[in-house]
Structure formats: structure tokens, C-alpha cells
Write a protein that binds this ligand. Structure first.
Ligand SMILES: [Zn+2]
Length: 272
């Protein structure tokens, strides 16, 4: 978003910038996580408008996880005007240096919030949905969002020794998975009972118990969910195909345009 001299907030005038920001929200809809958005942006550049002395200058870089989160959480993209979202505290350290620390305030404590203040990429209600989804995704606070992948216990298995959730690690060599207690990894000396266990050792037993406990309706629900995942993968595949098609078309067009240039003008064409 750009702030005009008249105090108005407008969408970025650059189309590539607008597309990139709109894609952050579209990809969040598709993947349901900031990590999914970042992964989809691999190999694609992301815009950044400078602030300070170079205010407004357009630069390009990588879309980081932090950047994706800050866009998804920033009400300005949802057409809202907000002020006072941060708390800034400064501390003088024993050696005399001053450090400042910025923390986010909960929405109820923002100084000013005016929804539908300007044109945004998403609606205010969508903004609130994203906020809820992001909170549900925060595994560090104990949330266990559903995960995709072959190991059946990922996201729901807890360490029998310390009781903390276990992570799923895929082995580079053969792609099989292990459930790993994060406690064991960070401090195996203090938690000798924490272990890593191969998914192949746990999963068959869990599957057997699960099938014994499931009703036919629950099975059809699970099949529907699996179809949805399949479709989602096909859609992202299709998007990649379209991108290749577009790139081919553009290369073709550039080649034709180049071919039409008179020989004496070729030098000019090359420098354009
Ligand atoms: Zn443990």
C-alpha cells in the first residue's frame, strides 16, 4: 500500500507489486498457512517499498516467513486504518547502550481502528478469519493443525516420557519418517527417557486400532478429505503449467518481435 501526500492510502501503482501481494492472500486461502505461502513463492521475487530516506523506492527480494506473516496480519491490506498496534519499550543496558523492544498489542488495545477505510486486497471479515487461522496454526502454543503426508500420527503423537508433542522428520535417504521428541533433541541429558521412533514401528498398530473404531460415515468423511487434498495438488500443478505456458508465449512473442525489426535497427532493439 502507498500513502499519498493527501493522506489517502492507495493500492500500490505497480502491477507486479499488487499481483504479488494479492497472491499472498490467495495462496493463504489455498494452503492455510504462512509456510505454505512462502514455499509457493520459492524462486519468485517479492517486492519491498523502502522507508526512511529512500521512502517509496521499490526493491525486490525473497518472501520470508516473517514478511508473509506481517502482510497477513497487517490490517492496512484489508482496507482498515489502524494506529497504535505496537508497544515500544526502551531499556538502558548496564553498559549504557539503549535497546528498544517492540511488541504487538492485542486488537482491543489498538489506539485507532477504522475498518473499510480504503480499498484493500481482502475484506475485514476475511482479515479476522485469517487471524483466527494463524492463531490455530501456532504449534508453539500447543495447537495441532492437521498435517498432510504419509505418517499417520504426525501432529497428534506425544512423547510417552515427557508428554510434549513429537515432530515428524523425514529421512533424506529413503523418505521414511521418524517421530522425534523435541525435548530429547534439545536436552537429551535431562530427559533420558525421550526418544525417536520410526513411524513404521508405530503406524501399523495405530491404523489397526483406528479402523476397528471407525464407522462407515467417518470413513466416507475421510475419503472426502483425501479427495480435497488430491484436487488441491492438481490445482497447484495446473498453476505451474499455466506459468510455463505463459513464459513460452512471451518468449515466442519476443522472438517474433525481434525478427520483425529491420536489420539496421537490430542494434537499437538489442539495447532496449
Ligand atoms: Zn520427550
Amino acid at each position: 500500500m502507498v500513502y499519498g501526500d493527501d493522506g489517502h492510502i492507495n493500492m500500490d501503482p505497480d502491477e507486479e507489486v499488487r499481483t504479488a501481494v494479492a497472491d499472498v492472500f490467495a495462496l493463504f486461502d489455498q494452503h492455510g498457512s504462512a509456510l505454505g505461502v512462502v514455499r509457493s513463492f520459492t524462486g519468485r521475487r517479492f517486492p519491498r517499498r523502502d522507508t526512511g530516506v529512500w521512502a517509496g523506492r521499490l526493491g525486490w527480494g525473497r518472501l520470508t516467513h516473517g514478511r508473509a506473516i506481517s502482510i497477513l496480519k497487517n490490517p492496512v491490506y484489508a482496507g482498515a486504518y489502524a494506529f497504535g498496534r505496537n508497544n515500544s519499550t526502551r531499556k538502558v543496558q548496564p553498559d549504557g547502550t539503549v535497546t528498544s523492544h517492540v511488541t504487538r498489542r492485542p486488537r482491543e488495545q489498538w489506539t485507532v481502528l477504522i475498518p473499510e477505510h480504503h480499498e484493500g486486497y481482502i475484506s475485514w471479515s476475511r482479515y479476522l478469519q485469517i487471524e483466527t487461522k494463524l492463531a490455530a496454526n501456532r504449534t508453539s502454543t500447543g495447537a495441532r493443525p492437521p498435517r498432510e503426508g504419509p505418517p499417520v500420527c504426525q501432529g497428534i503423537i506425544f512423547c510417552g516420557s515427557c508428554g510434549f508433542p513429537m515432530n515428524t522428520n523425514y529421512r533424506r535417504t529413503d523418505g521414511t519418517a521418524d517421530y522425534v521428541c523435541t525435548r530429547a533433541r534439545s536436552d537429551a541429558v535431562l530427559t533420558p527417557g525421550c526418544h525417536t521412533i520410526a513411524a513404521a514401528a508405530v503406524d501399523p498398530g495405530v491404523v489397526e486400532l483406528l479402523l476397528a473404531a471407525l464407522t462407515p460415515e467417518q470413513v466416507s468423511l475421510a475419503l472426502a478429505a483425501s479427495d480435497e487434498i488430491h484436487h488441491r495438488h492438481r490445482r497447484s500443478h495446473r498453476a505451474a503449467e499455466l506459468a510455463v505456458e505463459r513464459a513460452r508465449y512471451e518468449a515466442d512473442r519476443a522472438e517474433r518481435a525481434f525478427g520483425q525489426v529491420e536489420p539496421e535497427n537490430r542494434l537499437v532493439a538489442r539495447s532496449l
